[in-house]
Design a protein around this ligand. Structure first.
Ligand SMILES: C[S@@+](CC[C@H](N)C(=O)[O-])C[C@H]1O[C@@H](n2cnc3c(N)ncnc32)[C@H](O)[C@@H]1O
Ligand code: SF4
Ligand code: SF4
Length: 344
């Protein structure tokens, strides 16, 4: 069976919000907003398909921005996806969705639509903009009515960590299909996530308890344990075990960077990961992605260089989040600041 390869494709920076934590606006709130032209989008699309052909992978696109729906050729791009039978998810905002728009997204083949919730009402609206919390919750129903899976993602930091359990309750109440959280990656003056390792472990423990309770009640929401530190947590609780036979040097899971994921920005810049600020590896308008993948990407697969993880028995399944680690001082191989494991 062919493996999927995912392209996180930021087609535009245009956005109705200027979230306080956003990696797009972190260095400069007045930044020039980049967008791809239609010709550039077609070129990018074919470069991605060429890559998949070379490496015998199935393409999957996460189309995002900004808010991708604000791109003037957004629907043309979806038409291109449909013509080629390529599955995709949209990571966007709630503001321009209604039943007719969601129905149209469904007709073009949109499988999932991801919205963000970064706190309960006051905190979320402080991060994003007034009214954003209520409209985000409301649009979950709109997405679902069209037969698209509604995904809610929370970016966790010291500011909103105490609110995660309440966010889970709100998301379950709205019957979202998937809920996940990932950590804030320091991308501006603020170089800390603001969470002590033991506090982060406690969050996972509290969430695990809540997820189990909801699952036992037959709730519709799937809880995606996206952060790789879940592997460490489950290793400790016995829910994850290292298999008896493992191949030396083989990578079985953990961070996708360098394995099955790339990000493309509106400028055409290719990033190993959007959350790693200095991870530009090429540009889709001048480079063949298939070449970039074996040359410039190699250093992201150099697992022996991971300063703490290389000495840990969970290396092949975890590696924490190198984007959070590199947010401090740009060192991709540094120890994950929330990893609570003692490694000698
Ligand atoms: C760039 S946004 C694009 C989609 C949409 N505008 C939204 O906000 O959901 C995609 C995701 O990246 C997250 N994000 C932005 N800046 C981040 C950062 N510095 N660290 C971690 N996640 C970040 C957002 O919170 C959101 O969940
Ligand atoms: S809505 Fe999304 S893209 Fe826009 S500023 Fe917020 S996180 Fe960034
Ligand atoms: S040291 Fe690395 S691989 Fe081991 S548990 Fe921590 S983050 Fe995961």
């Amino acid at each position: 069976m062919k493996q999927y390869f995912s392209f996180q494709w930021h087609i535009t920076d245009e956005c109705d919000q200027r979230c306080k934590h956003c990696y797009i606006f972190s260095e400069d709130n007045c930044k020039k907003l980049d967008s791809m032209s239609w010709e550039q989008m077609q070129e990018t699309f074919h470069n991605c398909l060429d890559f998949c052909k070379v490496y015998d992978r199935l393409p999957y696109f996460y189309i995002t921005g900004g808010d991708p729906i604000l791109h003037p050729d957004f629907w043309k791009l979806l038409e291109l996806m449909k013509e080629n039978g390529i599955p995709f998810t949209i990571l966007g905002n709630p503001f321009h969705l209604d039943d007719a728009v969601c129905q149209r997204l469904k007709e073009y083949g949109c499988e999932k639509y991801q919205l963000s919730l970064d706190g309960m009402r006051e905190t979320h609206d402080w991060f994003r903009k007034p009214g954003s919390f209520d409209i985000s919750l409301e649009k979950i129903g709109c997405i679902k009515r069209a037969g698209i899976r509604a995904v809610v993602m929370t970016t966790v930091s010291g500011t909103n960590i105490d609110e995660i359990p309440d966010i889970i309750d709100a998301v379950v109440e709205q019957k979202a299909d998937v809920f996940a959280f990932a950590r804030y990656c320091p991308t501006s003056g603020e170089k800390e996530v603001g969470i002590e390792p033991v506090r982060y472990r406690k969050l996972l423990e509290d969430c695990d308890r809540k997820f189990r309770k909801y699952e036992a009640e037959g709730c519709e929401t799937y809880f995606n344990k996206k952060d790789h530190l879940w592997t460490l947590y489950e290793y400790e609780t016995g829910a994850f075990r290292i298999p008896e036979t493992v191949e030396e040097g083989m990578i079985y899971g953990g961070c996708n960077c360098g394995n099955c994921h790339l990000t493309i920005l509106p400028t055409g810049d290719i990033f190993a990961c959007r959350r790693v600020q200095n991870s530009k590896v090429g540009n889709v308008f001048t480079d063949r992605i298939a070449d970039v993948w074996i040359c410039q990407m190699e250093k992201y697969r150099d697992y022996a260089r991971f300063e703490k993880c290389s000495k840990c028995e969970l290396l092949a399944w975890c590696r924490g989040c190198p984007a959070v680690a590199s947010g401090r001082d740009g060192n991709f191989y540094a120890a994950d600041p929330q990893c609570w494991k003692e490694v000698v």
